[in-house]
Design a protein around this ligand. Structure first.
Ligand code: SIN
Length: 330
């Protein structure tokens, strides 16, 4: 090879290396968003909205891939996967963070919040905002709260007063507060992943569960639970979460845009959550598969009296000043 040819070949090799380096630098940042519910729920809609906003605004720079229905990870695994970098975004129920922080357990205290407006007020206040960062040292950052709604009790037999729940098995999320809530009415709580609830109910391995209208409808629990007591005894809310490492590694301008899109998607999800609760409740009534039991004031008071002592049990763990702030938001 002549000297000129050698120089030319070397230049071509260098150019090829430069092009491939440029291509790999320009590869989009992938955000995998894993969740456990159906797409026609507040969380499912929020996740899809976020994906669409990012596609519109950060096309080619960031790609969001949404995995609904526990396709990628169940809630019991997703936080570990996030810390390993296998998933970047999730929105587990606030009841599923007990391994990482005590403070979020406040949301599981029965009959604490009067309605979703009170939940929103508390979350946007100083205590709620502080709680977003309560797991930062453990590698997780809360980016916002997303609502689903108030929980109802479904069962294979009618539940009108606490004594009706005694001796019955209820599936719960992984929360000691929820376990204590069912123990307070002499029921047997079982911590099980969301993806198993339908089969557990269908096979009568359990007698009942607690959930929102949206989850009871979209996961067809109402088809295998002849009674739903409209108890509104607790709240099912989500924490949109990411890993501290992933979040801090994002370039500043991208992080700002991603957060903006996320805030808009959360606002959208929160806006539809109330509407979905009303619509899905009505669809369950229309199906004729499940009877909805409305509690008389005296009956509801019996549930309050039986379950409220759970507050005291967890007061030291959660913090009395946090509980007081929640009560003040009612
Ligand atoms: C969810 O809404 O994300 C699941 C709630 C549950 O586990 O019951």
């Amino acid at each position: 090879m002549t000297k000129t040819k050698l120089v030319l070949v070397s230049l071509m090799v260098a150019a090829t290396m430069l092009v491939s380096a440029t291509v790999s630098v320009a590869a989009p940042i992938v955000i995998k968003f894993s969740h456990v519910v159906a797409e026609n729920t507040p969380k499912g809609q929020m996740a899809n909205k976020f994906r669409d906003l990012i596609a519109e605004r950060l096309d080619g720079k960031v790609v969001v891939e949404v995995f609904p229905n526990s396709q990628l990870f169940g809630d019991n695994k997703v936080l570990e996967a996030m810390l390993l970098g296998d998933v970047q975004l999730a929105a587990p129920s606030v009841s599923k963070f007990e391994k990482y922080t005590d403070s979020l357990q406040i949301f599981d205290l029965p009959f604490l919040f009067k309605d979703m407006a009170a939940v929103e007020k508390f979350q946007q206040g100083p205590v709620g905002q502080k709680m977003l960062m309560s797991m930062k040292k453990k590698g997780l950052i809360g980016l916002g709260y997303l609502h689903n709604g108030m929980k109802q009790l479904s069962a294979s037999d009618p539940l009108r007063v606490p004594a009706d729940a005694a001796g019955k098995k209820f599936r719960i999320m992984t929360s000691d507060v929820l376990a204590a809530q069912f123990e307070a009415v002499d029921a047997l709580p079982l911590k099980k992943p969301f993806s198993e609830v339908f089969t557990l109910l269908q096979t009568r391995a359990i007698d009942g569960q607690e959930n929102t209208w949206s989850n009871i409808y979209s996961k067809k629990f109402f088809e295998v639970q002849p009674y739903i007591t409209e108890s509104n005894h607790g709240v099912l809310d989500y924490l949109v979460i990411t890993s501290t490492e992933f979040w801090m590694d994002l370039p500043d301008d991208i992080r700002t845009e991603v957060k903006k899109a996320l805030d808009e998607a959360i606002a959208f999800g929160n806006q539809i959550s109330e509407k979905k609760a009303i619509e899905d409740r009505q669809k369950i009534i229309d199906s004729g598969r499940s009877e909805i039991i409305e509690l008389a004031d005296a009956q509801r008071q019996q549930w309050v009296d039986a379950m409220k002592p759970v507050w005291k049990k967890f007061e030291d763990k959660i913090g009395k000043e946090y509980i007081d702030a929640a009560v003040a938001s009612n």
